[in-house]
Design a protein around this ligand. Structure first.
Ligand SMILES: Cc1cc2nc3c(=O)[nH]c(=O)nc-3n(C[C@H](O)[C@H](O)[C@H](O)COP(=O)(O)OP(=O)(O)OC[C@H]3O[C@@H](n4cnc5c(N)ncnc54)[C@H](O)[C@@H]3O)c2cc1C
Length: 386
């Protein structure tokens, strides 16, 4: 067992760090403030081969293990959280589901799109089915050689930007998880409409929107996983996305800590730099320790996954711990900046808003802790009262 990066990984990290700090960091606040998708950054990611790193070479990717992708995600997130989310979604999530469960035709069609910077969207959440995803109501009805979709989704990241949507739907009206499968809907399909954009708190360079399906006809070859064990397969693939999202939170929190270290060495009160006050030193030490522990949990889960999908329990532990740590660390960093931390002229308030997302999106920490507890207790924890 080694906790050291290989020489090649060190080189990858350095290259991406130099690129991200120089090319992505200067405009990180711009995308959030102007609510504009960073197309110019996507172009650069594609040129550098940072999209589709995990995709096998026969589909145009680099065929790298998950850990390499996480190393890249952290460096990009230290510079720009919004852009890092695009790195995640062109390497994990739908990409992982496709690589593990897609037909040859689907892989040939959609994986090169992700490599070319087209971020696929994943559509699970509905107005009445958030944490209770197994209660979703969007229906997929088989008619001849097509499926007809009816229903709606909300909070879908990339709505209106993405060209392909992996839609979780209920087949044959079978209740619970067993009735859920996943099907691709392409942008522009008749009966598929993008709804209202949610006015979000942070990371506003990527839209979160509603989606509507009104007698939306999708060919049967777009089916990724059928109902039965489809939901389980999709959730297993989603573990990669969870590690990716948590790594964005880690990168954001690490940049907040780096800012705080530099600031406390410069800012003087009572005739000396504030970093000389032991209370603040201990805050910095705690912040560093939390992020180191988070990084180890993430890297362990990714390392064990290799070129495949992470373990459910390891991913839940890593995401729950990291995202809570990121909220604490960004908040503490803001505190160390005093009034300037609260000012929009400094990056801290944005980093706090950005880190806040990750304890919610992609499975709330409460639901992740339910996964952890159910495994610990060796029991399936039922949430329904009826
Ligand atoms: C920025 C952002 C991007 C997102 N992107 C996507 C996307 O691309 N695709 C997608 O499908 N969804 C997306 N989501 C939706 C996200 O997955 C949901 O918001 C999340 O799963 C929680 O669902 P909810 O908002 O309905 O909250 P609810 O499920 O209503 O939960 C409300 C509160 O109750 C708690 N809670 C609920 N049930 C339990 C329980 N049994 N035990 C303990 N606590 C419980 C929750 O943890 C939470 O604190 C996104 C959300 C955000 C904020």
């Amino acid at each position: 067992m080694s906790f050291k990066l290989t020489e090649e990984q060190e080189m990858l990290v350095k290259t991406v760090r130099d690129f991200a700090q120089k090319e992505l960091k200067p405009k990180a606040a711009y995308w959030d403030e102007h609510e504009e998708y960073p197309h110019e950054n996507v172009k650069k990611l594609v040129e550098l081969g940072l999209t589709g790193m995990t995709i096998p070479p026969e589909y145009g990717g680099e065929g790298r293990p998950l850990i390499d992708a996480l190393l890249v995600v952290e460096e990009v997130a230290k510079a720009c959280g919004t852009t890092a989310r695009i790195v995640v979604e062109t390497n994990m999530g739908v990409v992982g589901a496709l690589m593990n469960h897609g037909t040859e035709a689907q892989k040939k069609k959609y994986l090169p799109m992700a490599r070319n910077g087209e971020k696929p969207a994943i559509a699970i959440t509905e107005p009445d089915a958030g944490s209770a995803a197994t209660e979703l109501r969007t229906r997929a009805e088989k008619k001849g050689s097509n499926y007809v979709l009816n229903g709606s989704k909300c909070f879908i990241t990339g709505g209106g930007i993405s060209k392909i949507y992996l839609v979780f739907a209920r087949f044959e009206d079978i209740p619970g998880a067993k009735g859920i499968g996943g099907i691709f809907v392409e942008d522009g399909t008749p009966g598929f409409k993008i709804g209202k954009r949610e006015p979000m708190m942070g990371l506003r360079g990527i839209p979160e929107t509603q989606l509507f399906f009104e007698d939306c006809v999708v060919p049967e070859e777009n089916l990724l996983v059928a109902h039965g064990d489809g939901f389980k397969k999709l959730m297993t693939a989603y573990n990669g996305q969870r590690l990716g999202a948590a790594t964005v939170a880690l990168g954001i929190a690490q940049s907040a800590l780096d800012e705080a270290v530099a600031y406390t060495k410069e800012r003087k009160q009572f005739g000396r730099p504030i970093c000389e006050f032991q209370g603040l030193q201990w805050m910095l030490a705690d912040m560093h320790t939390k992020l180191e522990a988070a990084r180890l949990l993430l890297h362990r889960a990714a390392h064990n996954a290799g070129y495949g999908l992470p373990d459910h329990m390891e991913a839940a532990v890593a995401k729950a711990f990291t995202t809570e740590a990121a909220v604490q660390v960004t908040n503490d960093a803001l505190q160390l900046f005093g009034g300037y931390g609260y000012s929009r002229e400094y990056p801290l308030e944005r980093l706090v808003r950005e880190a806040r997302m990750f304890t919610i999106g992609g499975g709330t920490v409460q639901m992740l802790k339910t996964v952890i507890a159910s495994k610990l207790l060796g029991m399936k924890i039922s949430q329904r009262k009826d």
